[in-house]
Design a protein around this ligand. Structure first.
Ligand code: HPA
Length: 271
């Protein structure tokens, strides 16, 4: 096993116990959800030898372990981005650590730009599939067969059965849910208007700079995955206004109640 993973598991495992089967990765402006976790145990990424560090504003950079509705969860409060300069194999590390800790189901969340013209800022979107347009891939390099096969199937990255349950849970909670394809660009620039026309033409409903490496790594090692995008803005060129990280964080804050309601339901009814 990779030594960085082994050492991280050694530090985290005593805090997780035997029944930590749920992983959460919280995106830009959504990290506050971790405050709901009870009996919190914190491990900063900086305490894990060789682990990448998260440096983006709005990302805290730590694991939070604790209980949600009586279930033990491990949550990444702040994630790693390809645009920070990490190879995607490094971004996959955290997911592999979760796998080793016993995680079976993973919720990935992100802030994203709306490409589908029927979307509005503040909408939540269940990710049905993705387009990896980042220019890289988390499984490049020697394959570690302990985690999964060299050529993994990608037909069910966002687990079909769990997605159906998320739709039902959203309905029960009275939370409106869009659904669509998430397309990953590398960033760190927001996309150009021409890139957004391209994204829509090839079938994307939302664009962002994360999630895909983690989803690929999770599926590779057999973790069932759900992805939720919060549409924080309409993507470039749709509205006559510039995009900013501040706008992303502001919309995330405004939509946090709805987001929390949905994630609560996912933890209680779906996972
Ligand atoms: N593009 C890429 N990433 C994003 C966006 C966007 O418009 N909004 C939030 N994250």
């Amino acid at each position: 096993m990779n030594e960085v993973i082994e050492r991280a598991v050694g530090i985290l495992s005593p805090l997780c116990g035997e029944y930590c089967k749920i992983g959460l990765i919280l995106g830009s402006g959504l990290g506050e959800y971790a405050e709901k976790i009870e009996n919190k145990r914190f491990v900063n990424y900086s305490e894990l030898p060789g682990f990448p560090q998260s440096r983006v504003e709005g990302h805290k950079g730590r694991f939070v372990i604790g209980e949600l509705f009586g279930k033990t969860v491990i949550c990444m409060q702040g994630r790693f981005h390809y645009y920070e300069g990490y190879p995607q194999s490094q971004i996959a590390l955290a997911v592999r650590v979760m796998k080793r800790l016993g995680v079976e189901k993973l919720l990935l969340t992100n802030a994203a730009g709306g490409v589908n013209l029927s979307f509005s800022p503040g909408d939540l979107m269940l990710i049905s599939d993705h387009i990896n347009f980042s220019g890289s891939h988390p499984l490049i390099g020697e394959n570690d067969a302990d985690f999964g096969p060299r050529f993994p199937d990608q037909t069910n990255v966002y687990d079909r059965e769990l997605r159906e349950r998320v739709r039902l849970a959203a309905k029960a909670a009275g939370v409106a849910l869009q659904e669509g394809v998430y397309m990953m660009f590398s960033g760190p620039t927001f996309e150009s208007p021409a890139e957004i026309v391209f994204a829509r033409t090839i079938g994307a409903s939302a664009v962002g700079m994360s999630t895909v490496p983690e989803a690929i790594a999770a599926t590779h090692c057999g973790i069932k995955t759900i992805g939720i995008s919060l549409i924080t803005n309409m993507a470039a060129g749709i509205l006559n206004q510039p995009l900013s990280h501040e706008e992303v964080q502001e919309t995330a804050a405004i939509a946090s109640e709805k987001f929390t309601k949905l994630v609560d339901r996912i933890v209680t009814d779906v996972f």
